[in-house]
Write a protein that binds this ligand. Structure first.
Ligand SMILES: [Zn+2]
Length: 259
């Protein structure tokens, strides 16, 4: 990581910073410390702390189970068992927790100018179950945002440099995603490495999100274990960092309509 970011509590995406109506952040090991599971007191505390630091009303999160269920959040607190959340409530943050799994942040606009946001916790299991494609469909479907209005961000995770997986993971990806999954696996030193970044980028593009509206920080949590929690590096003791997004307070109805 660059010297300027050292020990910073949050990192941010340039493309989301350009959107005045969106509040977002990715916590580091030097920021609010989320718990391993949704019911942990650490998660409750970190969610409240994050909302305060980002000047929002509260934070909603999920009990993540490596599936592909996405729920809608209406108020702060634990929403339920899911690996993604969406919301259109102003002032409410939604937080995906991670130690190596990519979190995909997404926002889009409706024809009336209002916005919706979502995240997907894209572990390898959730990725092969298509969670990021499902997130795009949720924002486009019942949340009513056109894919061409969407901006997406891929948070730090185990990168293609380090994310070694077994043959069974590749087999499962080929089964669920079809032959296009071939290009997401790299062969090195007789091992497979799963490129979760390109697999989830593929789902965003297949859903119609413009490529130039997607940003990937390209930070590997295994290489950058001093700054981000990593299950592969720290094992069962690893804490969780969070990727967080919300519609800024009082701004949800003031966005100019897109044409
Ligand atoms: Zn790495």
């Amino acid at each position: 990581m660059s010297g300027g970011r050292r020990h910073a509590p949050f990192v941010r995406f340039q493309n989301l910073l350009k959107l005045d109506h969106i509040t977002h952040a990715v916590t580091t090991r030097h920021g609010p410390a989320f718990g391993q599971v949704g019911t942990d007191q650490a998660t409750v505390r970190a969610a409240a702390e994050t909302a305060e630091l980002l000047h929002m009303n509260g934070t909603a999160w999920a009990h993540q189970v490596h599936g592909n269920t996405i729920l809608q959040a209406h108020q702060p607190g634990l929403v339920g068992q899911a690996d993604g959340l969406v919301t259109d409530a102003g002032g409410l943050l939604i937080a995906g927790r991670s130690a190596d799994c990519p979190i995909i942040l997404l926002t889009g606009q409706r024809n009336d100018g209002t916005a919706a946001v979502g995240f997907a916790h894209a572990s390898w299991r959730s990725t092969v179950e298509g969670i990021t494609g499902i997130l795009v469909d949720r924002l486009a479907g019942d949340m009513g945002c056109l894919p061409r209005t969407m901006t997406a961000a891929i948070a730090p995770s185990a990168g293609p440099c380090c994310y070694e997986v077994g043959e069974e993971v590749r087999d499962q990806a080929m089964l669920e995603l079809g032959s296009k999954a071939v290009k997401y696996f790299l062969r090195r030193d007789d091992s497979w490495f799963f490129n979760l970044w390109s697999a989830n980028l593929g789902q965003l593009l297949d859903g119609g999100v413009p490529q130039d509206q997607v940003e990937n920080l390209g930070i590997c949590t295994i290489c950058a274990g001093d700054d981000f929690w990593s299950w592969r590096t720290q094992g069962p003791k690893a804490g969780r960092f969070a990727a967080i997004i919300g519609i800024s307070q009082g701004l949800s109805c003031q966005i100019p309509p897109s044409n």
